[in-house]
Design a protein around this ligand. Structure first.
Ligand code: URA
Length: 223
Protein backbone atom coordinates (compact mmCIF):
# COMPACT_ATOMS: atom_id res chain seq x y z
CA UNK A 1 0.00 0.00 0.00
CA UNK A 2 1.48 3.39 -0.90
CA UNK A 3 1.73 6.24 1.60
CA UNK A 4 -1.01 8.32 0.00
CA UNK A 5 -3.50 5.48 0.12
CA UNK A 6 -2.52 4.69 3.71
CA UNK A 7 -3.13 8.35 4.59
CA UNK A 8 -6.54 8.35 2.90
CA UNK A 9 -7.60 5.18 4.70
CA UNK A 10 -6.32 6.42 8.07
CA UNK A 11 -8.27 9.63 7.55
CA UNK A 12 -11.48 7.73 6.78
CA UNK A 13 -10.92 5.55 9.85
CA UNK A 14 -10.47 8.71 11.97
CA UNK A 15 -13.81 9.91 10.62
CA UNK A 16 -15.41 6.77 11.96
CA UNK A 17 -15.68 4.64 8.80
CA UNK A 18 -15.28 0.97 9.72
CA UNK A 19 -15.65 -0.55 6.26
CA UNK A 20 -15.69 0.51 2.62
CA UNK A 21 -18.37 -0.65 0.25
CA UNK A 22 -16.66 -0.76 -3.15
CA UNK A 23 -19.01 -2.42 -5.66
CA UNK A 24 -16.69 -2.28 -8.65
CA UNK A 25 -12.94 -1.89 -8.84
CA UNK A 26 -11.86 0.45 -11.62
CA UNK A 27 -8.18 0.75 -12.40
CA UNK A 28 -7.28 4.38 -11.93
CA UNK A 29 -5.61 5.98 -14.91
CA UNK A 30 -4.22 8.78 -12.75
CA UNK A 31 -2.02 7.89 -9.82
CA UNK A 32 -3.35 9.03 -6.45
CA UNK A 33 -0.02 10.79 -5.88
CA UNK A 34 -0.78 13.02 -8.87
CA UNK A 35 -3.79 14.57 -7.16
CA UNK A 36 -3.09 18.23 -6.53
CA UNK A 37 -4.02 20.15 -3.42
CA UNK A 38 -7.08 21.68 -5.07
CA UNK A 39 -8.66 18.34 -5.94
CA UNK A 40 -7.73 16.77 -2.60
CA UNK A 41 -9.37 19.69 -0.81
CA UNK A 42 -12.43 19.35 -3.04
CA UNK A 43 -12.69 15.62 -2.26
CA UNK A 44 -12.45 16.34 1.44
CA UNK A 45 -15.05 19.10 1.13
CA UNK A 46 -17.45 16.65 -0.55
CA UNK A 47 -17.09 14.31 2.45
CA UNK A 48 -17.39 17.13 4.99
CA UNK A 49 -20.45 18.66 3.32
CA UNK A 50 -22.60 15.67 4.28
CA UNK A 51 -20.99 15.02 7.67
CA UNK A 52 -23.31 13.92 10.46
CA UNK A 53 -20.65 12.98 13.01
CA UNK A 54 -21.97 15.31 15.69
CA UNK A 55 -25.17 17.03 16.73
CA UNK A 56 -24.29 20.30 14.96
CA UNK A 57 -25.35 18.60 11.71
CA UNK A 58 -28.97 18.95 12.86
CA UNK A 59 -28.88 22.72 13.38
CA UNK A 60 -26.44 23.98 10.73
CA UNK A 61 -27.53 25.65 7.51
CA UNK A 62 -24.42 24.34 5.77
CA UNK A 63 -20.91 23.11 6.48
CA UNK A 64 -18.37 25.94 6.45
CA UNK A 65 -15.34 24.17 5.08
CA UNK A 66 -12.57 26.68 4.27
CA UNK A 67 -11.43 29.16 1.63
CA UNK A 68 -8.25 30.34 0.02
CA UNK A 69 -5.23 29.03 -1.80
CA UNK A 70 -4.52 25.27 -1.73
CA UNK A 71 -0.83 26.23 -1.92
CA UNK A 72 -0.92 28.85 0.82
CA UNK A 73 2.21 29.36 2.91
CA UNK A 74 0.04 30.85 5.63
CA UNK A 75 -3.07 29.33 7.15
CA UNK A 76 -5.41 31.01 9.64
CA UNK A 77 -7.42 28.65 11.83
CA UNK A 78 -10.38 29.86 13.85
CA UNK A 79 -12.93 28.29 16.15
CA UNK A 80 -16.32 27.71 14.52
CA UNK A 81 -18.69 29.50 12.15
CA UNK A 82 -21.09 32.11 13.48
CA UNK A 83 -24.44 33.16 12.03
CA UNK A 84 -23.00 35.02 9.01
CA UNK A 85 -20.65 32.18 8.13
CA UNK A 86 -23.43 29.59 8.52
CA UNK A 87 -25.55 31.61 6.07
CA UNK A 88 -22.82 32.26 3.51
CA UNK A 89 -20.87 29.00 3.80
CA UNK A 90 -17.57 30.89 4.14
CA UNK A 91 -15.40 31.30 7.26
CA UNK A 92 -14.80 34.71 8.81
CA UNK A 93 -17.26 36.87 6.86
CA UNK A 94 -19.00 38.56 9.84
CA UNK A 95 -17.66 41.36 12.05
CA UNK A 96 -14.78 39.32 13.42
CA UNK A 97 -14.12 38.18 9.87
CA UNK A 98 -13.87 41.75 8.64
CA UNK A 99 -11.24 42.38 11.28
CA UNK A 100 -9.33 39.26 10.20
CA UNK A 101 -9.53 40.48 6.58
CA UNK A 102 -8.11 43.85 7.69
CA UNK A 103 -5.24 42.07 9.47
CA UNK A 104 -4.51 40.05 6.31
CA UNK A 105 -4.57 43.26 4.23
CA UNK A 106 -2.23 44.98 6.70
CA UNK A 107 0.18 42.11 6.04
CA UNK A 108 -0.04 43.10 2.34
CA UNK A 109 -1.85 39.87 1.51
CA UNK A 110 -5.38 39.03 0.37
CA UNK A 111 -7.75 36.30 1.55
CA UNK A 112 -6.92 34.49 -1.71
CA UNK A 113 -3.22 34.34 -0.81
CA UNK A 114 -3.83 32.50 2.47
CA UNK A 115 -6.10 29.67 3.59
CA UNK A 116 -8.79 30.24 6.23
CA UNK A 117 -10.65 27.49 8.08
CA UNK A 118 -12.06 26.59 11.49
CA UNK A 119 -11.50 23.65 13.81
CA UNK A 120 -15.28 23.15 13.89
CA UNK A 121 -17.05 23.32 10.55
CA UNK A 122 -20.66 23.78 11.67
CA UNK A 123 -22.21 26.61 13.68
CA UNK A 124 -22.80 25.89 17.37
CA UNK A 125 -26.32 27.19 18.16
CA UNK A 126 -26.42 30.70 19.67
CA UNK A 127 -22.67 30.88 19.02
CA UNK A 128 -21.92 28.88 22.17
CA UNK A 129 -18.46 27.38 22.55
CA UNK A 130 -17.96 24.08 20.71
CA UNK A 131 -18.09 21.17 23.14
CA UNK A 132 -15.41 18.43 23.39
CA UNK A 133 -17.47 15.92 21.41
CA UNK A 134 -17.86 18.40 18.52
CA UNK A 135 -14.17 19.32 18.59
CA UNK A 136 -13.17 15.64 18.54
CA UNK A 137 -15.57 14.80 15.72
CA UNK A 138 -14.31 17.64 13.53
CA UNK A 139 -10.56 17.40 14.25
CA UNK A 140 -9.76 15.00 11.37
CA UNK A 141 -11.00 17.59 8.84
CA UNK A 142 -8.76 20.45 9.93
CA UNK A 143 -5.80 18.13 10.34
CA UNK A 144 -6.32 16.78 6.84
CA UNK A 145 -6.64 20.32 5.46
CA UNK A 146 -3.26 21.15 7.04
CA UNK A 147 -1.78 17.95 5.62
CA UNK A 148 -2.99 18.78 2.10
CA UNK A 149 -2.06 22.47 2.12
CA UNK A 150 1.28 22.01 3.90
CA UNK A 151 1.55 25.65 4.98
CA UNK A 152 4.82 27.06 6.29
CA UNK A 153 3.03 28.83 9.12
CA UNK A 154 -0.31 28.35 10.89
CA UNK A 155 -1.84 31.20 12.89
CA UNK A 156 -4.35 29.88 15.40
CA UNK A 157 -7.00 32.38 16.45
CA UNK A 158 -7.99 31.95 20.07
CA UNK A 159 -7.85 29.11 22.54
CA UNK A 160 -10.15 26.60 20.86
CA UNK A 161 -8.27 26.63 17.56
CA UNK A 162 -4.91 26.13 19.27
CA UNK A 163 -6.08 23.47 21.70
CA UNK A 164 -8.12 21.47 19.22
CA UNK A 165 -5.53 21.42 16.44
CA UNK A 166 -2.71 20.38 18.75
CA UNK A 167 -4.81 18.42 21.28
CA UNK A 168 -2.84 20.15 24.03
CA UNK A 169 -4.21 22.28 26.84
CA UNK A 170 -2.19 25.41 25.97
CA UNK A 171 -3.44 28.71 27.40
CA UNK A 172 -3.65 31.58 24.94
CA UNK A 173 -2.19 34.28 27.21
CA UNK A 174 0.92 32.24 27.95
CA UNK A 175 1.51 31.09 24.37
CA UNK A 176 0.57 34.02 22.15
CA UNK A 177 3.56 35.55 20.47
CA UNK A 178 5.61 32.36 20.94
CA UNK A 179 6.31 29.80 18.24
CA UNK A 180 4.88 26.33 18.75
CA UNK A 181 4.89 23.42 16.36
CA UNK A 182 2.24 21.09 14.99
CA UNK A 183 3.38 18.15 12.84
CA UNK A 184 6.50 20.00 11.71
CA UNK A 185 4.59 23.22 10.89
CA UNK A 186 5.33 26.41 12.82
CA UNK A 187 2.31 27.63 14.77
CA UNK A 188 1.81 31.18 16.00
CA UNK A 189 -1.03 31.39 18.53
CA UNK A 190 -2.75 34.75 18.73
CA UNK A 191 -5.97 36.27 19.99
CA UNK A 192 -9.26 35.63 18.23
CA UNK A 193 -10.56 38.65 16.24
CA UNK A 194 -13.83 38.51 18.25
CA UNK A 195 -11.73 39.19 21.37
CA UNK A 196 -10.14 42.15 19.59
CA UNK A 197 -13.60 43.59 18.90
CA UNK A 198 -14.21 43.54 22.67
CA UNK A 199 -10.65 44.52 23.61
CA UNK A 200 -9.20 46.83 20.95
CA UNK A 201 -6.11 47.47 23.11
CA UNK A 202 -5.01 43.88 22.31
CA UNK A 203 -4.72 44.69 18.59
CA UNK A 204 -1.11 45.76 19.02
CA UNK A 205 -0.24 42.33 20.45
CA UNK A 206 -1.78 40.62 17.44
CA UNK A 207 0.11 42.93 15.10
CA UNK A 208 3.36 42.08 16.87
CA UNK A 209 2.52 38.38 16.38
CA UNK A 210 1.82 38.99 12.68
CA UNK A 211 5.18 40.72 12.32
CA UNK A 212 6.86 37.55 13.62
CA UNK A 213 4.85 35.56 11.08
CA UNK A 214 5.83 37.89 8.23
CA UNK A 215 9.49 37.70 9.20
CA UNK A 216 9.28 33.90 9.29
CA UNK A 217 7.78 33.94 5.78
CA UNK A 218 10.47 36.31 4.50
CA UNK A 219 8.02 39.19 4.04
CA UNK A 220 9.06 42.77 4.70
CA UNK A 221 7.69 44.30 7.87
CA UNK A 222 7.79 48.09 7.69
CA UNK A 223 5.90 49.00 10.90
N1 URA B 1 -15.28 33.02 14.38
C1 URA B 1 -14.59 31.93 14.03
O1 URA B 1 -13.84 31.37 14.82
N2 URA B 1 -14.72 31.47 12.79
C2 URA B 1 -15.49 32.06 11.89
O2 URA B 1 -15.54 31.58 10.77
C3 URA B 1 -16.19 33.21 12.28
C4 URA B 1 -16.09 33.67 13.52
Amino acid sequence: MNDTLRHELTFLRDLGFTHLDIPKITVATTAVEDSDGKSLLAELQAIASVCVKCKLAKTRTQVVYGVGSPNADLMFIGEAPGRDEDEKGEPFVGRAGQLLTDIIKAMKLTRDDVYIANVVKCRPPENRNPDPEELDACRPYIRRQVEIIQPKVIVTLGKFALQSLTEKSYGITATRGHWLEYNGVKVMPTYHPAYLLRTPSAKKDVWNDMKLVMAELGMTTSS
